[in-house]
Structure formats: C-alpha cells, structure tokens
Design a protein around this ligand. Sequence first.
Ligand code: GLC
Length: 394
Amino acid sequence: MSVERGEWFREARFGMFIHWGLYSILGRGEWVMYLEHIPVEEYSKLSEKFKPTRFNPDEWVSYAKEAGMRYMVLTSRHHDGFSLFDSKVSDYTAPKTAAGRDLVAEFVEACHKAGMRVGLYYSLLDWRWPAYWNGPKRDPEGWSKFLEYVHTQVEEICSNYGKLDVLWYDGAWPYKAEDWKSAELNAKVRKLQPEILINNRSGLPEDFDTPEQHVSFSPPGRLWESCMTTTEYFWGYCRGDPWRPTKRLIQTLVTCASGEGNLLLNVGPKADGTFPAGAIRILREIGSWMRVNGESIYGSERCPFSTSVGTFTAKGNKVYVHVFRWPGREVCVAGVGNDVKDAYMLATGEYVKFSKTGSRVFLRGLPARAPDPYDTVIVLELDDKPRGLTFKVE
Ligand code: GLC
C-alpha cells in the first residue's frame, strides 16, 4: 500500500464506530435475533416500527468532533440483513420500510459536510439467507445467488454516496475469501473508491488489522485499529449494559497510540436516532482530555523507553510520558539513549525538573497527587528521535 493512502488513518488515531439498526428497537444488543432465536418473519416486523424521527447525523458528527475523533464508521448492514441504505437487490431496507429514508446517504453527507472522514461497515453474512447457513458446498446454486446479492450491495454502497474512506467488512465466518470471492469484490471496490482503506475481515489481509475488544500491536508499518465498545458487552443499543469507565477508555486509546494503532470506539444509538446519555457523557469526558492532550495522540509514533508508571507515545524528537499510575513526586523513565533537552507538563507547559543517571531519567518535584485523574502527560524533548537501550547488568 502506498504510504500516502494510509497517512490520514495514521494521523487520526481515534474514530467512532456506530452500530444502529432494527435491533436498536429491542435494546438487547445487535445479536438479539440470533441469541433469542427470533424467526425471520417475526424479527422483520421491526422494520415497520423503525422510524428514527430524532436522527440527526449532524449531531452525531458534532459528538464525534467534540470527543476528538477524526473518522466515523456506520453499520450499513449488520448480520440481521436490514440495510440502512437503498438497494436494488433488497426491499428490507430503511428507505423502503417505515423509516422511508436512506440513512446511509444522510450520514455520509453529514460527514462530508463537516470534513469528517467516513466509512461503512458491511456484514458479508446475512442470517436471513438459508444459503448462508448451508454454505457453498451444500448449496452452490443458493450460494451464488447470495453472493450476487452481497457483491451488488457492496458495489452499491461504494457507488452511491461519494467518497468513502473506509470499508469495514465483518462476518466472513465460517467461510473463506475464495468462497466470498473477496479478491474479486475488493478489486471492484478499489475501482470505485481508489483511495479507500479496506479492513482485514473479508478473509484477506488488505489494508488494516482489527483486533476486537482488545489491543494488539501489528508489526511496524502495518496499519491497525482496535475496535471497542463503550459498554461492557454489546455494540448495538443494550439496556442495562454497564458503561465502561472513561479512565479505562482513555488509557486504551493511549495504549493503541503507543503502538501506532487506532481506537474505533463504538456507540449504539437508540432506535429514535439519539445517543444514550451515558455515551454522550463519555464522549465529552474523553473530549476534554483530548483537547489538552491530543498532541500526544494524533500521528503518534512508538517509543522504545521503559517505565513502570504507564506508557509512551512519541513524535519526532518529543516523547510523551503517559502516567497512568501516579506514583507521587518522582517518575523514572528508563532505557533512554538520548540527551534530554527539556521536560514539561503537557497540560500546563510547566517545567519539570529532571536529571539523568546512566540510561535513567528521573522527573522530580512532581505534585503528590495526579494532576489528571485519567492520564497525566509529561513531555520530554530530546536531542533526536528516541533511541532505546535495553536493560542489562554488566
Ligand atoms: C463482531 C460481531 C459484531 C460486531 C463486530 C464489531 O464481529 O459479530 O456484532 O459488529 O464484531 O467488531
């Protein structure tokens, strides 16, 4: 992949995932049809009730912006098969049912208008198709019809809404790229959207990795993005699913940035189109941290130093020490092969006293209590890019 095509993604570091569909009406997560064995005929009646009268995508975008997010990805169709977009190969869509609107069109337009990078999630699997359950071996004819439907829909979302920055596949299991004809499909996608970044869930590695509900660094140079929920369990709106502590979410974002990866943090809007109050609160809390500390996140690079109090991000000659566990008074940064020119608190610019012994830098005279309850960031200005030294006893 050309470096330039992935450049905005590397710079962005933080995006919003949105899971929204018929399941949002029931409020028991996006897997409710499967988990509660709801027959297709019964579940599909929800489409008569899905009238998102309070859906205002400009508002969604402004929440994302306020949180410091740089891109947004919406479920255009999840495993239940209901498309939020207009499709010539399905009547089970928002525009052709009670909603009467192309929700993908409105969403993408709002992002474009606001200069927000935008992506669409698309589930290859569709629970309503017997061919999906039977598979290509047992039902080759049914499978090829199913594939035609899937390929057409992917082409539709890539043709009808202008420029897309991300195509976020899901649900290839238990089949392989050959069964989905993913190589062929992705070639079509790239013709329609030459700049698009495609994730690794069509059975092919494509442009970026997608660890789910955990963080794992890909090798340097490879793009990656952890996706996580703001509640403990589900992606789609779920009553009673507990909110994750903001501190943990911020520290997860920092951990992703420390490994040159992104965090795609999910919100499950309610069926009427509004964000749950808990999500709004979390986004605002993260936003106030990002307004002060965003410099340490956007376009972050790895840093080879070591510490017991948290982690690091870097940019050029600057290293950002993220103190997750405030030790009081003194912080030690080890394995430093550079000269330190300056040290200061990112939030206030206030000078931090420092001294160096061997490869260890000691930051001294710090306040007894953490200045930032989520993560206090201390900047080290170095003579050069960070050069790490490993621990060894001589
Ligand atoms: C899983 C789930 C799904 C969610 C997705 C997000 O594949 O099936 O509900 O959309 O992960 O990563």
